[in-house]
Design a protein around this ligand. Structure first.
Ligand code: HEC
Length: 152
């Protein structure tokens, strides 16, 4: 290997180990921030979908894109609650980490409803879309009732 290539290879190895070290040293504060930003993104996509699905606004050509984004954000739910993020400025309740199996079920359910909504919109099936949209709303609410402290 010539020197230039060797240097390039070393630089890649160094940057990969720096980023994995950073990931391992994640702070509770950043994890809580990440969680809430993804929740906000889900709320934005869901709220936008409601406006589009009920023809309150023009832009129906963007319905699928919001449903896709909602499903993608829901996929992130499984990494949003590391145990080290249970203490801090958070409304997440200890039950999340005390009953991990039950919480994982709530996550699975939420992910499934979002994928169902994405598929119903792709299939242009109005009835299935409305019932999947209701199921998504129910899964947000259901999880919040059990695992999120009430807002002030
Ligand atoms: C599996 C559980 C679960 C599901 C499903 C879930 N959430 Fe949440 N959500 C939480 C928890 C727990 C918090 C509190 C997080 C914190 O304070 O660290 C939260 C917080 C939020 C917040 C507040 C964010 C902020 O900036 O303070 C919004 C908005 C939100 N969720 C919207 C939604 C929407 C919309 C859905 C459905 C599309 C949804 N959530 C689905 C558990 C869930």
């Amino acid at each position: 290997m010539n020197t230039v290539l060797k240097r390039a290879a070393l630089a890649i190895v160094a940057s990969v180990s720096i980023s994995s070290a950073a990931a391992a040293a994640g702070s509770a504060e950043d994890a809580i921030k990440y969680r809430n930003r993804v929740m906000d993104a889900m709320a934005a996509h869901y709220g936008t979908l409601m406006l589009l699905l009920f023809d309150k606004v023009e832009g129906s050509q963007f319905t699928q894109s919001h449903a896709d984004a909602l499903a993608n954000a829901s996929a992130e739910l499984s990494v949003l609650f590391p145990e080290y993020s249970k203490d801090g400025d958070t409304e997440a309740l200890p039950a999340i980490w005390e009953n991990p199996d039950a919480f994982a079920q709530a996550v699975d359910k939420a992910q499934k409803t979002a994928v169902d909504l994405q598929a119903a919109i792709a299939a242009d099936d109005r009835k299935a879309t409305l019932s999947a949209a209701a199921a998504v709303g129910k899964s947000c609410k259901g999880c919040h009732e059990t695992y999120r402290a009430e807002e002030d």
